[in-house]
Design a protein around this ligand. Structure first.
Ligand SMILES: Nc1ncnc2c1ncn2[C@@H]1O[C@H](COP(=O)(O)OP(=O)(O)O)[C@@H](O)[C@H]1O
Ligand SMILES: [Mg+2]
Length: 256
């Protein structure tokens, strides 16, 4: 069974320490929610895991399948079976969602076996249709140019579709940068709820306190000021919904 193990991760952005020692393990088969107010470092964690160059790791390790993935390029991380949403955030005019997905699948197959000739197109089409039906997506979505004029919700739909087609062992899904896009969280949650099972571990990142209306995580973590200050079951999300984050503020002072 695979697990993603984040150990004492410290990250600077523009010379300022944003992550101050994050410890978190996500195993295959588990759905984790990472919650916390805006500006506490949740997206910084996601960007760091995907290897974004602006995020400077100053301390710590992230283990996956016996490797410290911080030493790997972003595409190598993906080929290991780690899915990081936002991996391809830019619009790619002229490349349809379907073509992009096929390229991503073939890249992963080739990384596993250099002799691989790529997935046969009829097989790919069959899989894509099946997955889109499971996710109740309109088939026309596969013909759209990737992220070209996509709404926040459509970007999330493309990510969920990518996750379903690539069948990663661990997936990290961050909320949209607009933050308030409940629609986007709903799309991610429905996708995760459909795809969850013993082979998939997911970290869903959100600041939205009423997450339980959409998804039932096995484990909930709360991030404040660059650290995870509390972890627990779904009841922790319920507690947040009722009481907000104030009751945790003294924890930050104690740890700091
Ligand atoms: N690219 C960046 N440039 C400058 N500051 C950044 C950048 N990314 C994040 N930060 C800062 O890091 C802190 C954490 O941000 P972020 O990780 O986006 O929080 P969250 O996702 O929890 O809302 C904020 O103070 C934010 O201003
Ligand atoms: Mg964020």
């Amino acid at each position: 069974m695979s697990e993603l193990q984040i150990v004492d991760l410290h990250v600077n952005v523009n010379g300022k320490e944003i992550l101050k020692g994050v410890n978190l393990t996500v195993r295959q088969g588990e759905v984790h929610a990472l919650m916390g107010p805006n500006g506490t470092g949740k997206s910084t964690l996601a960007y760091t895991l995907m290897g974004h160059p602006n995020y400077e790791v100053t301390q710590g390790e992230v283990w996956f399948k016996g490797q410290n993935i911080l030493e790997l390029e972003a595409d190598q991380r993906a080929h290991l079976g780690l899915f990081l949403a936002f991996q391809y955030p830019v619009a790619i005019p002229g490349v349809s969602v379907a073509n992009f997905l096929r390229a991503a699948i073939n890249a992963r197959r080739k990384a596993e076996n250099p002799e691989d000739k790529g997935i046969p197109i009829p097989e790919f089409r069959k899989q894509l249709k099946k997955v889109m039906d499971t996710l109740r997506m309109d088939h026309s979505f596969a013909g759209r140019y990737l992220n070209d004029g996509f709404s926040g919700g459509e970007k999330k739909r493309a990510e969920v579709l990518q996750m379903a087609m690539l069948k990663p062992e661990i997936a990290i899904m961050d909320e949209t940068d607009s933050g308030l896009d409940i629609d986007a969280l709903r799309i991610v949650a429905e996708g995760v709820n459909t795809l969850r099972g013993p082979d998939l571990g997911v970290l869903v990142i959100t600041h939205y306190q009423r997450i339980l209306n959409y998804i039932k995580p096995d484990i909930v973590h709360i991030m404040l000021d660059g650290r995870i200050v509390e972890s627990g079951g779904p009841d922790l999300a319920l507690h947040l919904e009722e009481h907000g984050y104030d009751w945790l503020k003294n924890k930050v002072e104690v740890i700091a």
